[in-house]
Design a protein around this ligand. Sequence first.
Ligand code: ADP
Ligand code: ZN
Ligand code: ZN
Length: 742
Amino acid sequence: MAERYARIIIDISHEKVDRTFDYRIPERLCEDVAVGSLVLIPFGRGNAMRKGYVVGIASHADYDRDKIKEIAGIVTDGVTAESLLVSLAWWLKEQYGSTMNQALKTVLPVKQKIKPKEKKVLRCLLQKKDLLTALQEAEKKKYKARVRLFQAFLDNPLIPYEIAVNQMNLSSATLKPVIEKGYVSLESEEVYRNPIKLEATGKSRVLLNKGQQAIVEEFRRDYSAHIRKTYLIHGVTGSGKTEVYMELIDRVIEDGKQVIVLIPEIALTYQTVMRFYGRFGNRVSIINSRLSAGERYDQFERARNGDIDIMIGPRSALFTPFSRLGLILIDEEHEGAYKSEVVPRYHAREVAEKRASMQDASLVLGSATPSLEAYTKALRGEYQLFRLTERAKKDSRLAAVSVVDLRQELKEGNKSIFSRPLKALMEDRLAKKEQIMLFINRRGYANFVSCRSCGEAIRCPHCDVTLTLHNNSRLVCHYCGHSVPMPDRCPACSSPYIANFGVGTQKIELMTKKMFPSARVLRMDLDTTKKKGGHEEILTAFSEGEADILIGTQMIVKGHDFPNVTLVGVLAADLSLNTPDYRSAERTFQLLTQAAGRAGRDFKHGDVIIQTYSPEHYGIVTAASQDYESFYNQEMAFRRLMKYPPANVLFTVQFSSREEKLLTHGSDAAAAFIMPQAEQERVQIIGPVEASVYKINDIYRKILYLKHENYDILIKIRDQIDGFSETHPELFDQIMIQYDFS
Ligand code: ADP
Ligand code: ZN
Ligand code: ZN
């Protein structure tokens, strides 16, 4: 039999955590040693027995065959969640370039056990009949908060106090009288920690339609036949993806397995959470970024102890210590929030694939607008693709979308931010007492220059992304450093109406109030949602009809259902179209599709108006016709032409330092060092160039971009940079290097 070797890291409390040691796997253990096993090994000169985690298995060793030692035994039967996560950390470190310590901090929950805050729960003491009476009475008196509470009790007799306060926006002033009246009791900790008996009401079960059923059946067949793979559900908003997820979860927990559900934080609303509680009761736990380290640790403990089967949360829920993981679900798979902004800069989709393969679990991705990465894999047959093309609810149709050319508006003398068609529809809806959302699809920091006459934004001739305005005087490309002075006329049509494109939500609120003085207006942006729960508070107020118009950024298009919204206005689609990022068209398509999904959720007819200076741009045309395929084909052609992902792998190296001169020196030297290898392998190199924001907190940052279709070749280059920086401390002692693959 061929020899097998295990790559092992010694006990994670050990300082030698950043390297592995090779050991031979004795024949008697061959069956049992796997990636993720915790093993006993003789270590060091004295051969003291230590514990080690297996992070890889190979058929050869990087060490002298005669001197190599053997694994002495296995510590625990089977693979524990912790040792699996340690191997996953090793993979993160290798894959994304970080230290093992950083990777371990990412996968293992904070160790220190903080005393949990007292947990409380609201229990409904009324019988169903009395509850209905109380609900009617509250409705008559227009006690909106109380109505909300009673309606929730119809689904569930127990509601965690935290959810009531933070997600349902019930204040103690609302709760006090109903408690005093004996309708509701406030009970404490024990109830919550010996988990809540949220009865699975079964209410959320619907009769699946043909499309939904086909997915569920295929998944069940595969699952029973022990076929584990990745599925992508491409389903329009409201097509019933969540119902499908719940059926799949059912199948997997029936088998005694566990499930992780990732939902972007912004979409983790009370409504979503309650749907899962309603179906699975106390077997569900939820984490979000509002939890303290201790609370999060508690939830992970419950998972480790097997008290729960389903963990729902944002990116970090991926590291739930389930040892019997059977399924990972990623909803809104395309969301930018799935990419970590801190080292290791992992993408949840990639880590989920890895973790699923380690634990023999299935992976299901869902989106109305799949990422180009996922859809490309689905077309190649690496993922199995399912489509849901219609809304699940009868009579619920997608909204009618039309595009308005702002250049034409300007030509005909309309300088306001409201085009004539949008203004007319707004007046119509205000008269009908229906609601309106005005959407500003701004993402982060947009600082591009464009022409109001012809609609052109000024772009880099080499990279085909917009140039960024610096100090109101120069336009700079942050991919390649190309720079030109700010022109005073449009280079395309010579119009003088050329300027920095910037509209804030606040300014729009003012203009809206001026144009429609009798309308009640709410604004939602970072300013108005800073305080805890501010986000839910505004959405709740709007869904209860306390305003006619809601103005906001992409925050407003997620999660909540607003049956009375029949008009969505996208004020300037150009804002996301012209961000200096190769993904700008993809983001625009996603945002516009989501915005369109907001109008006419129920039975009323919905309209969407997209205002833009570039009505012929394929990102806008295809969003208006809701034609994902066509968008995908055109966008992929662009990515291939410019060698952007997913046509190529884009490897970004960021150098940062307080010492500007040293930074230039070091980054240039590193680039020069890898040049011969890069040329030989035909890797395209751009830079080092100054980052889009060059100096932050007195730290300067330079970026080197490398493009190639083969990931492994870029990994080789990364290792060269690592080696070079380690052997040249005089240059790199004061320079930090961070890697990113996309
Ligand atoms: P998505 O996750 O794709 O946006 P949801 O699962 O939230 O879609 O479904 C949208 C709405 O349609 C929900 O109110 C859901 O309860 C309802 N729904 C889903 N599937 C069905 C079905 N087969 N029959 C009736 N209603 C359904
Ligand atoms: Zn012009
Ligand atoms: Zn450029």
